[in-house]
Design a protein around this ligand. Structure first.
Ligand code: 5GP
Ligand code: ZN
Length: 297
């Protein structure tokens, strides 16, 4: 890769003859290189090793039921990020076909987070055990946030550890994973810091929803430099949903009490980028402990 130091950090991702991220002509939508995918593979394997015993694996496709996303309130809280799948069937208007119209709606949306498709499945399984249930989910996610920045993609991969169970079980799970992911980041040679966080809610109530999320300590993020040395970006997020999904899907424990949930999300593409930013464009020259942690040796 040419001129990384001179041209700035964006060049690590987009620059040279063999960019890690190849432009498709759409902001935030990129093709990944072989080197990038090798690291992504290592990250998935390393996360699988961290998977708690007894966790069930769910690998979801990038589309999910529109009705399910609407039922859990996402379409109301984040309509600016959510995107639905339409066919390109021309619309008939006054006897002629209009190819510019958006076509026909389907029952699908693009999945915005790896845990959303999980809860409706759980709703069909009966009572949640008192010890809680744990999942390891992954999904190619979509959020309508076009940007030229390398750390803001429209289509990106997310892995999550999710716990559904009694209030104390879900909250303990969320809190336990903060130091675990800090150690994981350390083991990859990344300097991360923990910050309270909020989601980008939509509409008139957005400031109140965000403030209440902060006040109640519902979301934390581990941030580290991804797109530039001066700016830190969330790579891991730790969310306690209280009974939000439990109420939406009728999830209850064996005593009939509504379940709570928590999820620990890892932004796979951001994490891979953070590694290239921290250790340079050539994996062969990365510190041995990082290469070992990713099983790339
Ligand atoms: P959250 O649901 O907390 O917004 O996102 C979960 C994780 O997905 C984040 O911690 C982050 O690592 C990843 N993520 C969120 N938005 C983006 C994005 O625009 N681009 C990329 N590459 N990853 C993202
Ligand atoms: Zn989640």
């Amino acid at each position: 890769l040419v001129g990384i130091k001179q041209a700035g950090l964006q060049e690590i991702y987009f620059g040279g003859d063999d960019p890690l991220l190849a432009s498709t002509g759409v902001a935030g939508v990129y093709g990944r290189s072989g080197a990038f995918e090798r690291v992504v593979g290592g990250l998935f394997r390393a996360l699988a090793r961290l998977r708690p015993g007894g966790a069930e694996v769910r690998d979801f496709p990038p589309v999910m039921s529109r009705a399910h996303l609407e039922a859990c309130g996402y379409a109301r809280q984040f309509p600016h990020l959510a995107a639905a799948v339409h066919t390109l069937m021309p619309v008939e208007e006054e006897g002629r076909q209009d190819h510019t119209a958006s076509g026909q709606a389907t029952d699908l949306v693009l999945t915005p987070a790896a845990c959303y498709p999980l809860y409706p499945l759980l709703g069909k399984r009966g009572a949640i055990p008192q010890a809680g249930v744990i999942f390891d989910t992954r999904c190619y996610c979509f959020r309508r946030e076009p940007s030229e920045r390398a750390d803001r993609l429209q289509a990106f991969r997310m892995q999550e550890f999710v716990c559904v169970g009694p209030e104390r079980v879900a909250l303990t799970f969320r809190n336990l994973w903060i130091p675990k992911m800090q150690s994981f980041a350390d083991s990859l040679g990344l300097e991360s810091s923990l910050v309270p966080a909020k989601d980008p809610f939509f509409g008139r109530m957005a400031p109140y929803l965000a403030q209440s999320q902060l006040d109640q300590g519902l979301k934390f993020e581990l941030v580290c430099p991804v797109a530039s040395a001066r700016h830190e970006t969330a790579v891991f997020s730790f969310n306690y949903h209280q009974d939000h999904f439990g109420l939406a899907w009728g999830l209850r424990d064996t005593q009939g009490i509504t379940s709570h949930s928590a999820c620990v999300g890892t932004g796979i593409d951001r994490l891979a980028m953070a590694l290239f930013r921290a250790h340079g464009p050539e994996v062969g020259r990365w510190p041995a402990f990082v290469v070992r942690a990713l099983g790339l040796n």
